[in-house]
Write a new protein. Sequence first.
Length: 302
Amino acid sequence: MKNEYNIEYQELPSVKIRDADVVINRVCWGGSVSGKVGTEDAPDAILIETEQMEYYDEDLEYSPMKYMQVHVCESIYEFEKIKTSFSGRSSEKNQLLISLGGDHSITPQLTLALLKKPATILFLDAHADLRRSYLGDTNSHATPAFQLLKQGHKLVMVGIRSMFETEALRIKEDKNIHCFMDRALRREKVRKELLQTVSELEGDVYLSIDMDVFDPACVPGVGTPQAGGIDYYFATDILEALFLDSNAVIKGVDMVELIPEDSKVSQLFAAKLLQKIISYWGRSQGVQNREQTGGQMQVKYE
Ligand SMILES: [Mn+2]
């Protein structure tokens, strides 16, 4: 469903792409979903819920949008257009490039657009997504991890709790995969190991968040819900380790597989997570030391 009116992040003015600190890409592609349908409606549903968010970040104790500007891209509706996302930009200009999906098949297209050399993909997902093809489709939402390895990247997988036998074998044998299974993450020792691993990431890193990594009690609106799952605060810990503790260069982020639902809890959760990503990234860039000329300064209150 195409939206006929402008949807902005937190109702802030969308500046020109070259002037933006944060570029939000709307990838309305749900063509390969095998479970429930509706991921193509998620980008706008998430952005609408960002209007409910406070500007102030209660964890980092600052208001990121006092210092930053956002550009919201035109929606993409065709699979072939995803790999030219962000109009060919890469994050050289210290921009956060974040894509809202869409199903998980969009991720390897986005890494084609953003990663010019082998990188590490931090891959949060309930499913291994390591199939070579699924229902005859190599660009399916069940195959992105396979495609990412094929592109030469390393994978750090988090929250995995559903896989085909051949996928389990690949995880055990492939040296380019470091997997933290969801059940193992119940143990404090393994949680610490994961946060340590993330904080030691360096070089180019791309973050892909399949929203089904979360407990479906928190995020019921996903294409293929799976019992178990991580919670919001653990995800925040991972963001903190990645953005504030590591020396990684974040080349791109995506949030995929969300399906808007009537309670709006799922899209509110995603909106809050988006806000946290922007806030942590801003802090990693030291934006709080800049002049206060961000989007929020142009908004009148009360
Ligand atoms: Mn996935």
